[in-house]
Structures are given as structure tokens and as C-alpha cells.
Ligand binder design. Structure first.
Ligand code: MG
Length: 257
């Protein structure tokens, strides 16, 4: 179902989104060689609660943690475990929070120490694709414009675009209609309207686009074991135009960091 949010509901989404931004920044700061995924999950849990929010991932269809930690060839939905980070790792972290019944959802990918140039380009291109998609969000804009802009970034440098997992509407539910694919044709698809909120979340692979789900039923990996990156923001189309609720100094689009 597509839901239309009122201004006071967008205010709650902004609080949830700000909490998610702080979770991601804090987890990134804590991520270093030797640190485990479970330790990062504990960091996230503390931040979510300290911001007066509740975790949205914990218990979602039985998911056992507060964040998804997806290292290297894991695309999305990695369960925080005893894996210890090492220099050269590429780590994607996805986080969600609820404030007074409204959701925020975002993801980042970063390297541990120095990365190989191809790995760094994968990360930078995926983040650039997220912002290219965000530029297309407006009252009256078509969904295909977002997918087309995201797709163009991946194709420019020959990255695999994950197709089985896509962005989504968001509000009182973490996953609402419409689906927001990372591919598409300009001028096609439904029209976005003021009051709608969407999550745009490109997932690009250094190798092929094919995916596989591991035996735990959650962990999505690249079929060819190539590296993968994932970035996501929650964007609401308010009366004053699009607002990125989960933006913070982590996002290259919003600071000079
Ligand atoms: Mg999402």
C-alpha cells in the first residue's frame, strides 16, 4: 500500500532518520581491525535506544539483530556474528529505527583501512548512484527516472546491478509500496507525489549481478563471490520539496568531509 504522510508524520520520520544517521556514523567510527560484527550490533543498539527510538530490524520476520552487517561478498542482510574485521575489508551496514510509529532506514558501505582501487571505486560509484537517484525525487516525477539514474552510474563503470532486491516506500511500515528498482526507463512507472516517502538503495557488485542466499535464509551474497556495496537513504516529498531524512556528515552529498 502507498501511504501519504502528513507534515507531523514526516517530522517523526525525520527524528527516526536522524537516529539512523547517528547509528551509521557511530558504527563506522567503531569499525576497525579486530572488531566483530556483534560488537558493532551492540554499538547500534545503544545509539537507537539513546535517541528514544526502537529498533526496526530486531525481530523483523525473525531477524536477530539491530543492524545488518554485510562484509565483502555479502550484498545485504548479513547477520552480525563473530567475524572480525581485517584491513582491506569492505563492510556494508544497514540500520533502521522507529520513532512514535514512523520508520527511518539507511545504509552505508566503507573500507577498513586502505582499499584496492577497484574496491574503492565500487563504493564511490554506489554512493554516487544513490545521490543520482535522490536528484530525481520530486512531486510528479516518475519512478523510472530514479531507476534510470541509478542504473546509468553502474553501467558507466561496468558494475553488476542487483535486481532481486530493491528500494521501497516507507512510513508506518519499513517496507511499503511502491518498489523502487535500481534500474528502469526514464518517463515510465508511477508518479511520485507530495506526502510519499521512499528508500532508494543501490546494491552494486564488482562482478556479475547474480545473487545467492546462504543457508541461514538471510545472508545475500554475490554468486561469483565478488565484492558488493550498498547505500540507502530515506527521502520524503514534503510540502517544501524532497528531504533526505537519513542524511548526515557520512554522506558525501551533504558535507565536505
Ligand atoms: Mg531499505
Amino acid at each position: 500500500m502507498i501511504t501519504i504522510k502528513k507534515p507531523d508524520e514526516f517530522e517523526k520520520m525525520a527524528v527516526a532518520g536522524a537516529a539512523v544517521a547517528v547509528v551509521l556514523r557511530t558504527v563506522k567510527e567503531a569499525a576497525a581491525p579486530g572488531v566483530t560484527m556483534k560488537e558493532l550490533d551492540a554499538v547500534a543498539a545503544d545509539v537507537i535506544r539513546s535517541r528514544g527510538c526502537t529498533p526496526s530490524f530486531l525481530g523483523y520476520h525473525g531477524f536477530p539483530a539491530h543492524i545488518c552487517t554485510s562484509p565483502n561478498s555479502v550484498i545485504v542482510h548479513g547477520i552480525p556474528d563473530s567475524y572480525r574485521l581485517k584491513p582491506g575489508d569492505v563492510l556494508s551496514v544497514d540500520a533502521g529505527a522507529i520513532y512514535e510509529g514512523f520508520h527511518g532506514d539507511a545504509a552505508i558501505t566503507f573500507g577498513i583501512g586502505e582499499l584496492a582501487p577497484a574496491a574503492q571505486r565500487l563504493i564511490d560509484t554506489t554512493e554516487a548512484a544513490l545521490w543520482a537517484g535522490i536528484q530525481e525525487v520530486a512531486d510528479g516525477a516518475r519512478l523510472g527516472n530514479i531507476g534510470s539514474a541509478v542504473q546509468a552510474e553502474a553501467e558507466r563503470v561496468g558494475l553488476g546491478i542487483v535486481r532481486e532486491y530493491v528500494g521501497h516506500g516507507i512510513g508506518r511500515q519499513m517496507h511499503e509500496e511502491p518498489q523502487v528498482p535500481n534500474f528502469g526507463k526514464k518517463g515510465t512507472g508511477m508518479k511520485l507525489r507530495t506526502g510519499m516517502a521512499v528508500c532508494i538503495e543501490p546494491m552494486f557488485n564488482l562482478g556479475g549481478a547474480e545473487t545467492r542466499v546462504e543457508a541461514d535464509g538471510w545472508t545475500v551474497v554475490t554468486a561469483d563471490e565478488s565484492l558488493s556495496a550498498h547505500f540507502e537513504h530515506t527521502i520524503g516529498i514534503t510540502e517544501d520539496g524532497p528531504v533526505v531524512f537519513t542524511a548526515s556528515d557520512l554522506s558525501s552529498g551533504s558535507t565536505g568531509d
